[in-house]
Structures are given as C-alpha cells and as structure tokens.
Design a binder for this molecule. Structure first.
Ligand code: 9UX
Length: 69
C-alpha cells in the first residue's frame, strides 16, 4: 500500500518550476507519483513507504525552491 504525504513549496512561479520540483522529488527512492499545484505550492507525494522529509527538502532545494515549515 502506498503512503501519501503533503508539503508546501515556496518560490515556484511557472510551469518550469513545477517540472523541476516534480522531477527532483520523483528521483527520491520509493516515490511513485508527485503532483504540484502551482498557485498554492501544494505538493502531494505518493510513495512506497514514507519518504524522509529531509530528502524531500533536499530535492526541493536542489530544484531551487524552499519547503515551507
Ligand atoms: Mo523560470 Mo519558473 O526561471 O522559476 S523556471 S519562472
């Protein structure tokens, strides 16, 4: 069974930002699906097993954005 996690990413302003964040988070082991809502920065991650928040934060920062909270 998959797990679903919710995050908020700040700093995204265009579809390329969304693509970069999606790509970086998708590279985290165990991640099966990523959806990003540009207007709100809401990010939903579906994974096999819970993904470490630090890994998500690192991926988001690698893309050039910040994880809220
Ligand atoms: Mo373009 Mo979205 O620099 O940051 S990828 S606005």
């Amino acid at each position: 069974m998959s797990d679903t996690s919710h995050y908020t990413v700040t700093g995204m302003t265009c579809a390329h930002c969304v693509a970069s964040v999606t790509e970086e988070i998708s590279d985290i082991p165990g991640v099966e699906a990523v959806s990003v809502d540009l207007p709100t920065g809401a990010v939903t991650v579906i994974s096999e097993g819970l993904v470490d928040t630090a890994a998500v934060r690192a991926a988001v920062e690698e893309a050039g954005y910040r994880l809220a909270g």
